[in-house]
Write a protein that binds this ligand. Structure first.
Ligand code: PLP
Length: 419
């Protein structure tokens, strides 16, 4: 896995490239309260390119029939498109087999699936699950639920003041009772890119499985699940320029194959009788009900779109944008950036003096600038920092330094108004 220092700066996208890509995103032309939209809330969800939007329209106009088991032409075409999308996702993540890709409703459902099924199959009273202090609620609550149900304990890896995980404590938490580690590849609050490969190696050396929450990683850095040796890797389509309502669970085939079903009904069955039901093979066994076959087709299009630009190129460009914005933000008096790791993705959380983040977000909005404020679904992290929340600017490759300048100018005005 490349670190930012290893990414080739010559792969930098030019201003012309960015302008060309921006033309693919009609929403970026919107005006908000009469001001041009500056969309810096990409960590929450990304905008969709025309290519993805027209794929959705095409799929409904030409490929819409319920998939699997249909003998008629349209059903077969829709099935082919859905299964081709599975192959596209497998290739995108560097998975060995297409059966290792399970479509879910998103990151949250993927984690809930693993927490339930892995918990059922592999966990017993007294066992432990390790998470980190910087997890999104979606990578905390499902584990708490399984802890409650099965009598497990949740252990938490702390971090240092720059927002990097304490690997010594991490190592000390991995013991014979630990069944699984659940960790974010990239923090949605701090932007820290965690040393996932090393963390997986450390866990595997003790026979412990690892689930990586890749929600904030896949849109920003190249990911290869085989190189990482992840047991589970999850992400949401809507954060990588795809539609809402669909996401992905990658699972190593052998581990996935040992999981009992999560939900019942639909294509997950082999044979059903009132006495006994037997279950289908992977990937279908873990996909109950009518799958979002339009969503999968659109997700595949989104992955083709970002792959054509290049994840390396995106990473280098966004890294420079983040560096530039950080430099400009630091010129503002009272600025406190939360999360200052060297290895950071396209997220900047900050506070200014004692101004409440919500007030900053409200006033920026009136100037056409969309940022997110609050706890960012990471209340334990925010509580551990003893702050009321943060303002979060999160970037995509379609954002520009000019937009950063507009944001900084607006923020300066807001700070004067609120000081
Ligand atoms: N994990 C992380 C790190 C996230 O940033 C998010 C969303 O913000 C999620 C999980 C949950 O994603 P979703 O709501 O798409 O399931």
């Amino acid at each position: 896995m490349l670190t930012f220092a290893q990414l080739n700066a010559y792969d930098m996208l030019s201003n012309e490239d960015i302008l060309q890509f921006r033309a693919d995103f009609p929403i970026l032309e919107e005006t908000i309260y009469g001001k041009p939209l500056v969309y810096f809330d990409n960590g929450a969800t990304t905008q969709k390119p025309l290519q993805v939007l027209s794929k959705i329209e095409y799929a409904y106009n030409h490929l819409n029939a319920n998939i699997h088991r249909g003998v008629h032409y349209l059903s077969q075409k829709a099935t082919e498109a859905h299964e081709a999308a599975r192959s596209t996702v497998a290739e995108f993540l560097g998975a060995e087999k297409r059966e290792e890709i399970i479509f879910t409703r998103g990151t949250t459902e993927a984690i809930n699936l693993v927490a339930f099924s892995f918990g059922e199959a592999f966990c017993k009273e007294g066992d432990e699950i390790v998470v980190t202090v910087m997890e999104h609620h979606s990578n905390i609550v499902p584990w708490q639920m399984v802890c409650e149900r099965k009598g497990l304990k949740l252990k938490v890896v702390p971090m240092n003041e720059t927002g990097e995980l304490d690997l010594q404590v991490y190592d000390s938490l991995l013991n014979e009772r630990t069944r699984l580690v659940a960790v974010a590849h990239v923090s949605n609050v701090l932007g820290t890119v965690n040393p996932i490969r090393q963390m997986i190696e450390m866990a595997h050396s003790k026979g412990i499985r690892v689930l990586v929450d890749g929600a904030q990683a896949v849109p920003h850095i190249p990911v290869n699940v085989k190189e990482l040796d992840a047991d589970f890797y999850v992400f949401s389509a809507h954060k990588i320029y795809g539609p809402t309502g669909i996401g992905v669970l990658y699972g190593n085939y052998d581990v996935l194959n040992a999981l009992p079903p999560y939900q019942g009904g639909g294509e997950m069955i082999d044979k059903v009788s009132f006495e006994k039901t037997t279950y289908n093979e992977l990937p279908f066994r873990l996909e109950a009900g009518t799958p979002d076959y339009i969503g999968s087709t659109a997700l595949a299009e989104a992955l083709r779109y970002v792959s054509a630009i290049g994840l390396n190129e995106i990473a280098v460009y966004e890294h420079e944008l983040t560096r530039y914005a950080t430099e400009k933000l630091n010129e503002i008096e009272g600025m406190r950036i939360i999360g200052t790791s060297e290895n950071k993705s396209a997220v900047i959380s900050f506070l200014v003096g004692s101004i409440h983040p919500y007030d900053i977000g409200m006033l920026l909005d009136k100037m056409g600038i969309a940022v997110r404020t609050g706890h960012h679904c990471a209340q334990p992290l925010i509580d551990s920092l003893n702050i009321p929340g943060t303002v979060r600017a999160s970037f995509a490759f379609y954002n520009t330094k000019e937009e950063v300048d507009v944001f900084i100018q607006a923020l300066r005005k807001v700070v004067i108004m609120l000081s």
